[in-house]
Design a protein around this ligand. Structure first.
Ligand code: HEC
Ligand code: HEC
Length: 236
């Protein structure tokens, strides 16, 4: 018996190194866990935003439902619970609605909650945006840039990015012809009125709550015109 045991545990000789322990799986730092989770937040909010712009309510609703119901990593619950709750409840109120406007407002309010947490936890966020297209081709080019800059400005609490994007909205056409829409129906006409009003509101908005509301109104206006004129194919 003893012999057998000894055979199983060879006596280390002077020059034999102890066997290397198996490499430990890398332990993610709290920062990494949070950053990884943030890329999911960002992806979901951007899909929601772009689906609203495309007038694709079913995808927007699906994403709002994910945002409302998903689990947040522990470190965020410890340090930013009120903002987590604000984020989830903005999404929940949104997916309980039915209209592109409700979904648009929900994504704007999500953005305001993201911003609130980033500010209160002093989260380092990139505020870099691309430069405004010098010669935009049609409204799609300029407004896509404007929406991106406003979104960055909103979630990263960047006045410069927000103002640049909000300012660009006022260079968008104000009549249906400017959007190559010949006979605007009620949704397209209402969208044009909303866009004009909200580009003013967006420029004036200096806090994240007002910015989130203006952002939501703007993307909903884009989406309600697109849905009515069938501008964008549903698989976008
Ligand atoms: C409860 C607090 C909280 C909420 C809510 C929150 N964030 Fe964050 N976010 C953080 C913290 C903390 C960091 C910094 C993480 C780090 O660098 O360690 C961060 C970082 C980020 C980053 C930078 C990630 C990187 O790799 O540098 C992005 C992008 C981001 N958040 C997007 C969002 C979006 C979009 C939302 C809303 C849909 C959101 N966050 C909601 C706390 C929050
Ligand atoms: C009055 C109606 C109307 C409004 C308001 C409107 N659009 Fe459009 N949009 C159109 C039409 C029509 C098209 C298709 C023809 C074209 O590309 O110009 C289009 C196309 C687009 C495209 C190209 C889609 C693709 O898949 O290639 C993008 C991007 C876009 N719009 C973004 C926006 C954004 C962002 C807003 C809000 C700031 C907006 N639009 C507001 C009518 C509108």
């Amino acid at each position: 018996m003893l012999v057998l045991l000894l055979a199983c545990f060879p006596v280390p000789s002077a020059d034999a190194k102890p066997a290397a322990p198996p490499p430990a799986p890398p332990v993610p730092s709290m920062g990494e866990v949070v950053r990884l989770h943030m890329s999911q937040h960002l992806a979901s909010a951007i899909i929601t935003r772009d689906s609203v712009i495309h007038g694709n309510v079913s995808v927007a609703r699906e994403q709002l439902s994910w945002m409302a119901n998903h689990e947040e990593p522990e470190p965020l619950m410890d340090s930013g619970r009120v903002w987590v709750e604000a984020l989830h409840s903005a999404a929940r109120a949104g997916y309980q609605g039915y209209t592109v406007k409700e979904y648009g407002l929900a994504v704007g309010r999500e953005g305001a909650a993201c911003a609130g947490c980033h500010e209160s936890l002093k989260a380092p966020l990139s505020q870099v945006t691309s430069t405004r297209p010098a010669a935009p081709k049609g409204h799609a080019d300029l407004s896509t840039w404007a929406i991106n800059s406003m979104w960055t400005g909103l979630i990263a609490n960047s006045d410069a990015a927000w103002s640049a994007g909000a300012g660009a909205l006022s260079s968008l056409p104000t009549d249906a012809a400017g959007y190559a829409v010949g006979m605007p129906g009620p949704a397209a006409s209402a969208a044009l009125v909303t866009l004009k009003e909200q580009s003013g509101a967006a420029k004036a908005a200096s806090d994240r709550v007002a910015r989130g509301e203006a952002f939501g109104q703007v993307v909903a206006a884009c989406g309600s015109c697109h849905a009515e004129v069938g501008a964008i194919s549903p698989h976008h």
